[in-house]
Design a protein around this ligand. Structure first.
Ligand SMILES: NC(=O)c1ccc[n+]([C@@H]2O[C@H](COP(=O)([O-])OP(=O)(O)OC[C@H]3O[C@@H](n4cnc5c(N)ncnc54)[C@H](O)[C@@H]3O)[C@@H](O)[C@H]2O)c1
Length: 396
C-alpha cells in the first residue's frame, strides 16, 4: 500500500485520483496540492483526501507519503521532480515528461543519480486493447512491424496554459504527439533506435503561436516507420486510432469514437458523455469505463507493482526522454522542411540497422513477389528473375 501526494487538481489529477481510489484499491492519495485553497479543499472533500496544501514543497514533503504523482502543467514538471527527489520519494510524472529533451534528460538524471523510481504516466500505452495488441505483435502474429500509425485529434485542450507555448512547450505535437510516438515505439520495439523525423506542422485554425495540427514520420533503424497524426482542430470528439502493419498481419484499433457503444438521443444525455465529446444529443459514443479504456487502471497497477518489486515499469522516465527527443526532431523538421536526426545523448537500445526487401525463393531462377486470386477463381504468381530482374507472371 502506498500513500501518495497528488500534485494538481485539474483534469488529470481527477482522473488519476479516481483510478487510484477505485475498486477498493489500497493505495490512497493522502495529500493534494492545488494553487487555490478553495479548489484544494473541495478536491480533498470530494475524493476523501485527508490533507491538502497550496504550497508545492509542503505537499511533496508530506511526512506520510512516499510517492509523488505529478499532474501539473508541463512547465512545472521539472521543478516538481526536483523537489520530489530532494524529498527522496518515488515520482510518477504525467506526459509529456518535459517540454524539450534537455528538460526531460535533467529529470531522468535527477531520478537515476538519486536511485529513485521514475514512472512515465503514458496511459495510452496501457489501454486494454493496446496491451493485447502489443502482446500479439511480440508473439510474432504480425511478422515484422513495418508501419505503426497513431492518431489523436480533438477540438483542442480544456485549459489556458496548454495554448501558451511557453508553459506547454508547443502545441498539438507536444500535447498529443507524445502519446502517438510512444504507442508506435511500443509496437515497433523500444530497443529499436529512432533515427530521423520528417514533420509537417501548421496553425490551421486557432490564433496561437504553436501548431494546432501536425503529421510526422519517424524512421527507425530497422526500417520501420512510426506515423503520428495530431490535431487540435478536429470536430466530432476525440479520435484515438492506431494501425499496425506487419509482414504477416495488420491491427486496427479504435479507442474512443467507435467502441461498440453507440447511442442516439433526441432528448439529450444532459451531462458528460466522454472526454472531449462535443455534443450530448444525436448520435453519441459514450464510454463505459473511461479510466479503464484510457489505460489509467493498468498503468497505475504496473507503476505501483513495479515500485513494490524494485523493477522498472513498462513506461519509465527514460521512455519519456526518448519521446521528447523525437518531438524535438519533429519541431526542427517542421521548421527546416527536411529529415532531422533524433539526437540521443543517452541511447540504451540496439544500434542494429536493417530493413529492405524480403527475398522469397520461388525456384533457382526466380523470387516470388506475390500470389493473386483473380475474380474468375484462377490463381497467378508474379515472379522476378534473380539475375535479370525481369518481372513475369504464370498461372498457378
Ligand atoms: N492522458 C493523459 O495522460 C493526460 C491527459 C490530460 C492532461 N495530461 C497532462 O497532465 C498535466 C496537467 O494537465 P490537466 O489536463 O490536468 O490540466 P488542468 O488545467 O486541467 O489542471 C492543471 C492543474 O495545475 C494547476 N496549475 C495550473 N497552472 C499552475 C501554475 N502556474 N502553478 C501551479 N499550479 C498550476 C491547476 O490549478 C490545476 O490544478 C499536463 O502535463 C498534461 O499534459 C495528461
Amino acid at each position: 500500500m502506498h500513500k501518495i501526494t497528488m500534485l494538481g487538481t485539474g483534469l488529470i489529477g481527477m482522473f488519476y485520483t479516481m483510478t487510484l481510489h477505485a475498486n477498493r484499491g489500497r493505495d490512497r492519495v493522502a495529500m493534494v496540492y492545488s494553487r487555490s485553497e478553495e479548489r484544494a479543499k473541495a478536491f480533498a472533500a470530494e475524493w476523501n483526501v485527508p490533507r491538502y496544501s497550496t504550497d508545492l514543497a509542503e505537499a511533496i514533503n508530506d511526512p506520510e507519503t512516499t510517492v509523488v504523482v505529478i499532474g501539473l502543467p508541463n512547465h512545472l514538471h521539472e521543478e516538481a521532480v526536483r523537489l520530489s527527489v530532494q524529498a527522496g520519494k518515488a515520482v510518477l510524472c504525467t506526459k509529456p515528461l518535459g517540454r524539450t529533451a534537455a528538460e526531460a534528460k535533467r529529470m531522468l538524471d535527477m531520478i537515476e543519480e538519486a536511485g529513485l523510481f521514475g514512472g512515465y504516466l503514458e496511459d495510452l500505452a496501457y489501454t486494454p486493447k493496446t496491451l493485447k495488441a502489443v502482446q500479439s505483435v511480440r508473439n510474432g502474429a504480425l511478422g515484422k512491424v513495418l508501419w505503426a500509425r497513431s492518431r489523436e485529434t480533438h477540438p483542442g485542450p480544456h485549459s489556458d496554459w496548454f495554448w501558451d507555448k511557453e508553459q506547454s512547450g508547443g502545441g498539438a505535437i507536444i500535447d498529443l504527439g507524445c502519446h502517438c510516438i510512444e504507442i508506435s515505439r511500443n509496437f515497433i520495439g523500444k530497443e529499436v533506435r529512432p533515427v530521423e523525423v520528417m514533420c509537417w506542422a501548421d496553425t490551421q485554425v486557432h490564433p496561437i503561436d504553436a501548431e494546432d495540427s501536425a503529421v510526422g514520420l519517424v524512421r527507425y533503424a530497422n526500417g520501420a516507420i512510426g506515423q503520428f497524426e495530431v490535431s487540435w482542430t478536429f470536430r466530432g470528439g476525440m479520435d484515438l486510432r492506431d494501425e499496425v502493419s506487419g509482414t504477416e498481419g495488420t491491427i486496427w484499433l479504435n479507442h474512443w469514437l467507435r467502441t461498440g457503444f453507440e447511442m442516439f438521443t433526441a432528448e439529450g444525455e444532459k451531462g458528460y458523455v466522454a472526454e472531449k465529446a462535443e455534443s450530448d444529443t444525436g448520435w453519441l459514443f459514450p464510454v463505459g469505463d473511461e479510466v479503464g479504456s484510457l489505460g489509467y487502471t493498468a498503468m497505475f497497477t504496473d507503476m505501483l507493482d513495479s515500485l513494490d518489486q524494485g523493477k522498472q515499469p513498462m513506461e519509465s522516465f527514460y521512455d519519456g526522454y526518448i519521446v521528447n527527443a523525437i518531438m524535438d526532431a519533429a519541431y526542427r523538421s517542421a521548421s527546416s522542411k527536411q529529415w532531422e536526426t533524433v539526437v540521443l545523448d543517452d541511447w540504451r537500445g540496439s544500434d542494429e540497422a536493417g530493413g529492405g526487401a524480403v527475398l522469397t525463393d520461388y525456384d533457382d531462377e526466380h523470387y516470388l513477389i506475390k500470389e493473386e486470386r483473380m475474380p474468375d477463381g484462377s490463381k497467378k504468381l508474379i515472379l522476378k528473375h534473380k539475375t535479370t530482374g525481369a518481372m513475369s507472371q504464370i498461372a498457378a
